[in-house]
Design a protein. Structure first.
Length: 194
């Protein structure tokens, strides 16, 4: 790999940001690009080659159904004194502002040859590959993990099997936001050389 390629890779990593659905514009992502994003996810590290990541691509009318489901689950999960009409409305509308939403799922190894956290970590690395590929296309993305994502209703909507678990939703859409600076504390404060 050349120095120029390394610099491009470093810039892509450093420029990746969570871009929220309120910033998305009305432009659909081509299915070929969605497939490329998911295909790059498939090259994440995976112990014992379990490849635990599973993705459910939600588009079109299903986005509205997802919004209705998530808003209902939010309402059912919140006690009346903590219910926010604004949050309910935002939850209802958020998926419809997106080109696509991808349910991030993990399928547990049938023989449980490794701890569950390793399969969750592999799935998270697959999502990082998705995020970096999305960023290279100027596609905004945001990983949301509401506490009710593993309810029976959500599992039924996503057609999850008994060994599958939803780890969140990857909201996606084109945007026109300017480059934002990363908010990171110095790396020197996070390293101990032994």
């Amino acid at each position: 790999m050349t120095k120029q390629n390394i610099d491009i890779c470093s810039q892509l990593i450093k420029n990746r940001r969570a871009i929220y659905p309120f910033a998305y514009i009305d432009k659909k992502i081509d299915k070929k690009i969605i497939f490329e994003i998911l295909n790059n996810a498939n090259y994440a590290p995976t112990h014992f080659l379990t490849q635990p990541w599973r993705f459910k691509v939600i588009e079109g009318q299903k986005l509205k159904e997802l919004g209705n489901l998530l808003a209902t689950l939010y309402k059912e999960s919140i006690k009346n004194e903590h219910f926010s009409e604004a949050k309910y409305k935002k939850t209802l509308e958020k998926p419809t502002r997106c080109s696509h939403v991808i349910a991030i799922c993990m399928e547990r190894d049938e023989n449980e040859r490794l701890p569950e956290w390793e399969e969750i970590a592999s799935t998270a690395m697959a999502v990082q590959n998705m995020w970096l590929t999305s960023s290279s296309y100027n596609i905004g993305a945001y990983w949301s993990s509401p506490h009710y994502m593993n309810s029976d209703k959500c599992s039924a909507f996503l057609n999850l099997t008994l060994r599958q678990k939803c780890l969140g939703f990857f909201y996606m859409g084109y945007h026109e936001m300017q480059e934002m600076k990363a908010k990171r504390t110095p790396m020197e404060n996070k390293i101990e050389w032994l």
